[in-house]
Every structure is written in structure tokens, then in C-alpha cells.
Write a protein that binds this ligand. Sequence first.
Ligand code: CMC
Length: 428
Amino acid sequence: MSDQLKITDSRTGKTYDIPIKDGAIRAMDLRQIKVSDDDFGIKSYDPAFKNTASCISRITYIDGDKGILRYRGYPIEQLAEGSTYLEVAYLLINGELPTRAQYEEWEHNIKIHTLLHENTKKFMDGFHHDAHPMGMLVSTVSALSTFYPDAKNISDPESRRLQTYRLIGKMPTIAAFAYRHMMGLPYIYPDNELSYTGNFLNMLYRMTEREYKPDPVLERALDILFILHADHEQNCSANAMRSIGSSQADPYVATAGAAAALYGPLHGGANEKVLRMLNEIGSVDRIPAYIDKVKSGAVRLMGFGHRIYKNYDPRARIIKQTADKVFEVTGRNPLLDIALELERIALEDDYFIERKLYPNVDFYSGIIYQAMGFPTDAFTVLFAIPRTSGWIAQWEEMLNDSEQKIARPQQIYLGADKRDFIPMSDRG
Ligand code: CMC
């Protein structure tokens, strides 16, 4: 006999056997539990999906208690050590690591889509000089939907593949143009002789030189950061991507929606907030007072805590190691001393121990980004570029899953009962 959950409804005395598969029961199996024929049946109530699986996925595995993260079965540590971001993007979307020939074709197809339509530049020029780069990115990715109406053919795998190349290819260009706009600098076109991250650095930082040569240490460090940020299973933005995609909207507007979810300070926007927090603390001797403020509930320790990780985020560990290599080139970021001491004090404090609050991916990434010359406002954009491959992988999986339908949660209605309309003239 298969595993079952026996439920007795105290209202009726009836007993139900609910099948358990893969450690879960199907919420729809609860619907049969009714007090009468016209009763809707039992629903599960789970604000913020704290214990609800919204899909079956084969992309990313996390064991939050043990601090394990794997893409398609491969440990994140091994991918960060031996892979490149574009290879990881292929893995996430296609399920397997590419052969050399497959990789070369993949890289070629992405690189030939790095240019933006010239009208996109005009669109971006319309933003105010101090527009936040995430606002520019979200709007511009969404605008791509109007340039590529063929993207509506979401049931055509060839069309989906083309939009995938375009999205992965154009994200760094949009991000770099947003940065250049912010700095009042001319846009730099892609140089496809360079690697994915090398070209991104070129579009950001090239000035009057004929050829831009990225520093190999910084280029590799950025590639590692991109690998670490590529996917993270059903987080807020992946859920937004799936939810918007479930209405069969095109992938550009769905990606814009996912990026908007990422923008928030509790999600990808946290890297920006960490830097602002470290600047606010200002010096190591002011840390205890800041920790007291966190414990009183006045502020959150940004870059700490996670819905899934109740252990050290494995991405934070790799970022910490990468930071040392970056600082050899850029010089040490003085904020690192504050971050290290903050982490040391927090990890010894009962408040953080009891709540299992550890540094997450955003705690150290901003310190590296700042050392590499990125303005604080641009940090979340650096998260959005690599996460695009994860969003696409989640979207593809959702579209190919015959069980998925338009996302439409239930609610528990506790509002007013039926009442008659009162004309305004009769209202007191
Ligand atoms: N600082 C202080 N207290 C915290 C923090 C924090 N960063 N995070 C959680 N807590 C406390 C919270 O106050 C609560 O305490 P109590 O039980 O006394 O009310 C307890 O820990 C549980 O918190 P929660 O808000 O129920 O946890 P959650 O799973 O809903 O939130 C989180 C997860 C990431 C939103 C939260 O930890 C947080 O706000 N962290 C700071 C923002 C941050 O760094 N976000 C980046 C997440 S990693 C990148 C990504 O994948 O997006």
C-alpha cells in the first residue's frame, strides 16, 4: 500500500486517506473533506507559501539546513570552481552540461544577440539622469516585448529558444546602458571577441581606448558571482516569472515582472541595502550599538537570514573567498572589516543563533561590486543579469509541465456579507 495520511474530520467523524507522494499531499485531495454536499471543501491556508510546493522541479536543489545548493545535481562549489556562467546557463535551461560543440553554438547564438535595437537607446535616453538602474532595466526588458512580437508564440520551442538567446544576450547590454546613462557617458557597443563578463565590463568601463582589455581576475570573479546568482529554485522572482508566464504572456514581460520582484530589498535589492547599512555603521566600534538596534526590531540586519537556509548560505562562503582575489587587484574595501566583525558578533549572539540567521548571498557581494567600481544603485542589476537564465529555465519547465495551469490561488474571504448599496445622498 502506498503511503497515506489518515485525516479524521472532527466535524463529521469521517476519516479520509490522503496519498503521500514525494513527501507531499495534494492540496486538491483536501477538497473532498466536506461537512455537506454544498460545502466547498477544505482548503489549505499558506500565506507566503511557507509550506506549499507550487510545482515539481528538476532544476535547483537546496537543503537549507545543511547549506547545500546544486544546479541540476552539480554542487555549486564545483560549478564555481570549474565552470563558466554561460555553461551554467546552458545547464540550467537544457538540463545537461554541454559538449564543446554544443557550448560553442550556444555561446555564438547568445553573442549574436547582444546588440539592442537602436530605438531602445532612444527609449533609455528618456529616463531622468538619476533614474534607478533597476527601474530602467525592468522597463527596458519589458519594452523588448514590443520589438519582438514573435515572442508571443510561447508554444513554439524554436521561438522560445530565440527569445532565450535574446534575453541572455541583451541583459548585460541593457544593464550597461543603464549605468552609462546614469553616469552621463556614451553607450559602448558589445565586443563579441570578449567573454560574456569581459564584454559586460567593456560596455561599462571603456573610455577612449581603441580596445578594452578586462582584468582577467575581475572578469573571472564576476563570472563566479554570475554562476552563484544564476538560479535559486522557487524564490520570489522565480515565482513571479512562473506566475506571469502561466497566463501565456511573452517572456520579456514575464522577465520584467520577475526583475521587479527581485528589485525589492527583501530579495535581490538586499545587496544595495547591505552597503548602505555598512556605510551607516561606519566603523567597527559602532557595531554593538547597531546589533542592539537590530535586536530591538527597529531595523533588520541586511544580508542576513533566509527563508530556506537555516545554515551558512554556501554562496556567501564562495563570495568571501572570491573577495580576497578581487581585493588583490582593486585594493581592500575598508567596509570588509566592518562586515567581518558584524558577522563574527552576530554569529555569537543568541538572537541570531536562536533564529538561525546566517549571512546570505547578498552580505559580501556588494563589497566586491563596490571594489570593482560599481555604484551601489547598480548592484541589483548585477543580480538580475545572471538570474535571467534561472528565470528562463523555470519558465521553460513550467510551460512543459502538463499539470501547470494559470496560477490562481484561493483565498479565505472574511469580508462583509451581502449588503445593499446605499446611494451617496443617503449616506451619513
Ligand atoms: N535581521 C534581524 N532579524 C531577522 C532577520 C534579519 N535580517 N531576518 C529574519 N529575522 C528575524 C525576524 O524578525 C523573525 O524574528 P521573530 O521570530 O522574533 O519575529 C525571525 O527572524 C524569522 O524571520 P521571518 O521574517 O519570518 O523570515 P522570512 O523567512 O519570512 O524572511 C528574509 C526571510 C530573507 C526576507 C529575512 O531573513 C530578511 O528580511 N533578511 C534581510 C534581507 C535580506 O538579506 N534578503 C536577501 C535574501 S538572500 C537573496 C535572495 O535570494 O533574495
